[in-house]
Design a protein around this ligand. Structure first.
Ligand code: MEV
Length: 439
């Protein structure tokens, strides 16, 4: 049995690797070799990565790809994407090209409000708490002035602080529900620092509020934290064209295709099982750009899915309509993103990704990311209602299978050619490979 280890974080990197490889892997020497193969030969770069997190023993690479030809509000973008799934960049590029020839994507930022909350338990008369809040409100703002000074210079700051009585949900539960503008920063550190200061000031000031009894002064701050649910930090992305221009190939008419697209989206509107997969396709595009630009994809994921369920049932994030001969496909999605702070000025590839995008503001990045999501969804649903998803997916996955089988460059070339004309199921690829080898 492996014994727990004390002070793992204090070991050197080599000691950590020795320990993990020896105790948890079958072939320690090979495991060490694998971990070291992913180290950067550039010591400064490796040190940077080592210091991003605790206990770094190697780097985890993801492909960094480019989806070109995205026309967004009449500007042409090449969008960097960090993702492992074979078909995602290809699908995004295909959708970008399709809409490039049909007027491109149009986007609008509908809001940039961020949210944070101080959660606390108060055991007393609700009215007295309300009176105290009115009295302390100004003090809450002034106590954070050193934190908000720089943010205010950049056009951000605290927008509002509200006392919310939540006792109908949980006995004695109240909160300070606070809203913020964070300019080009995602704002997590700024918001959390302000909230922790609010909590401190709130508690301190309560001690001098004469109307409170000792019990009422003794309320309990439970926690102070931003919310990743940001329904008012919202961006809309859309495409539209006359139905007659919606020609996607000979096998289906433009009218039929438009009709099928709308039907597929409507199914995802009403059926949660389909909606989750439908939205997963959107997140294929969103996460890849969020990751490439050094943003927090977990925060985005959590917020987006909560938004998809905001009406009480999980539903499609995209919408499609056919009206007056016009096909329209659109999405509104909450995205709290930053283009300053965090990894944005630290990680060389993130910096480059942002440069490729023209060093966008946070609002511009919201629009680009939303477009990547919409394009991805269009590409996926287009395949689903026409050829089926496997045709395109397996074409892109073919190389992965061939690499798994150990195919050499010549074999790969021949088999890629072969599968241009034949359906590439896993078995078919294995069979064709074996036939070629044994020829
Ligand atoms: C696969 O990563 C994503 C899809 O399943 C999305 C969808 O079904 O719409 C193709």
């Amino acid at each position: 049995m492996i014994k727990p280890i004390e002070g793992f974080s204090k070991l050197t990197k080599t000691e950590k690797i020795d320990w993990i490889a020896t105790h948890y892997t079958k072939n320690p020497e090979t495991s060490k070799e694998t971990l070291k193969r992913y180290w950067s030969s550039d010591d400064a770069l490796q040190k940077l990565h080592d210091e991003f997190i605790e206990n770094t023993i190697s780097n985890y690479y993801l492909p960094f790809g480019i989806a070109p030809n995205f026309l967004v509000n009449d500007e042409l973008y090449a969008i960097p994407m960090a993702i492992e799934e074979s078909s995602v960049v290809a699908a995004a590029s295909k959708a970008a090209k399709f809409w490039l020839e049909r007027g491109g994507f149009k986007t609008t930022v509908l809001g940039t409000e961020k949210i944070g909350q101080v959660h606390f338990m108060y055991y007393g008369e609700a009215q007295k708490l309300k009176d105290f809040f009115v009295e302390v409100h100004r003090k809450l703002l002034s106590s954070t002035s050193s934190l908000t000074k720089n943010m205010q210079k950049r056009g951000g700051g605290i927008s509002n602080i509200e006392l919310r009585d939540q006792t109908n949900k949980l006995e004695n539960y109240y909160q300070l529900h606070c809203t913020f503008e964070t300019s080009d920063a995602m704002g997590a550190n700024f918001i959390n620092s302000c909230l922790e200061q609010f909590a401190k000031t709130f508690k301190e000031e309560a001690q001098h509020f004469n109307a409170f009894t000792d019990k009422e002064k003794d309320f309990e701050i439970v926690m102070s934290i931003l919310s990743n649910y940001v329904p008012n930090c919202l961006v809309r992305a859309e495409v539209s064209c006359p139905i007659a221009e919606l020609n996607v190939g000979n096998s289906i008419s433009a009218e039929k295709f438009a009709e099928k697209m709308v039907r597929a989206v409507n199914i995802a509107m009403v059926e949660p099982h389909r909606a989750v997969t439908h939205n997963k396709g959107i997140m294929n595009g969103i996460d890849a750009v969020v990751l490439a630009t050094g943003n927090d994809f977990r925060a985005v994921e959590a917020g987006v899915h909560a938004y998809a369920a905001r009406n009480g049932s999980y539903s499609s994030l995209t919408h499609a309509s056919v009206e007056n001969g016009q096909f329209r496909f659109w999405m509104e999605i909450p995205l709290a993103l930053g283009t300053v702070g965090g990894l944005t000025s630290l990680h060389p590839l993130v910096k480059l990704a942002l440069e490729i995008l023209g060093n966008p503001s946070a609002e511009e990045l919201m629009q680009i990311v939303a477009v990547a999501g919409l394009a991805q969804n269009f590409a996926a649903v287009r395949s689903l209602v026409t050829t089926g998803i496997q045709e395109g997916h397996m074409k892109m996955h073919l190389l992965n299978i061939l690499n798994q089988l150990g195919a050499n460059d010549d074999e790969k070339k021949k088999l890629i050619e072969h599968f241009k004309k034949n359906a590439a199921t896993h078995n078919a690829v294995v069979e064709a490979f074996e036939q070629l080898r044994n020829r």
